[in-house]
Design a protein around this ligand. Structure first.
Ligand SMILES: [Fe+2]
Length: 114
């Protein structure tokens, strides 16, 4: 799976691995911004995980979405300014969490473990 920013500003997710894309694959954790304010954090509670981002949710600067990737399925929660950027999901070994800031792009946490 790749997350791609198209020339028109749309963000797309590939449903299978692709070798060549005409648009730009977004690199995660690649913008000069606060790591701790963008990388998804988590709290495990038995079999569920609360994934959240410690980020402002202002009109012009906010987390647009959090995606939890289980490999064979993805869960995406979208946010608007004023929301709390968090989602509670089932825990699974190997799960990965992404967040997307409208100003600072894509961030990932690949180390969600009990
Ligand atoms: Fe940001």
């Amino acid at each position: 799976m790749k997350i791609i920013k198209c020339k028109n500003g749309n963000i797309m997710m590939t449903l299978k691995e692709v070798e060549d894309v005409s648009d730009k694959v977004i690199k995660s954790n690649d913008v000069d911004a606060s790591f701790e304010k963008h990388v998804p954090q988590y709290e495990i509670n038995k079999d569920t995980v609360l994934v959240f981002v410690n980020h402002v949710m202002e009109e012009d600067h906010y987390i647009e979405w959090i995606m939890v990737d289980y490999g064979d399925k993805q869960i995406i929660k979208h946010f608007v300014p004023g929301d709390e950027p968090k989602v509670e999901v089932d825990y699974q070994d190997g799960m990965i969490a992404y967040s997307y800031c409208n100003k600072h792009s894509l961030w990932v946490n690949q180390e969600i473990t009990k």
